[in-house]
Ligand binder design. Structure first.
Ligand code: ZN
Length: 105
């Protein structure tokens, strides 16, 4: 199988990988899924880079030993200790149980 079609296919693959890596780098800086954006860049080329540029930045990861929870009333996000059963929302002061506590009962 040594035809021009193979060359075109190889060229398209390399272009896809270049756009995929560029999308991945942008997504990683914004804390978004790097694998997903690599795929988008690989398949869509420049549109993948555009999607990565326009994507909203992801939330920062919680510090070690902590986890992120979201208030059920106002959707405010905060970090609490990993084994904490309930928390008070910093914004609306609603006290709510975490999902881990529900699972235990
Ligand atoms: Zn709240």
């Amino acid at each position: 199988m040594d035809s021009p079609a193979v060359g075109i296919l190889m060229g398209a693959m390399m272009v896809g990988i270049v756009f995929g890596c560029a999308s991945l780098a942008i997504a990683e800086r914004k804390r978004r899924s790097p694998g997903g954006f690599f795929l988008v860049g690989f398949l869509l080329g420049p549109l993948g880079i555009l999607a990565a540029v326009l994507a909203a930045p992801g939330e920062p990861a919680p510090p070690p030993g902590m986890r992120a929870v979201m208030c059920p009333r106002c959707n405010a996000r905060q970090n609490i200790a990993r084994d904490q059963a309930d928390f008070e929302c910093w914004q609306c002061k609603l006290v709510s149980q975490t999902q881990a506590a529900y699972r235990g009962r």
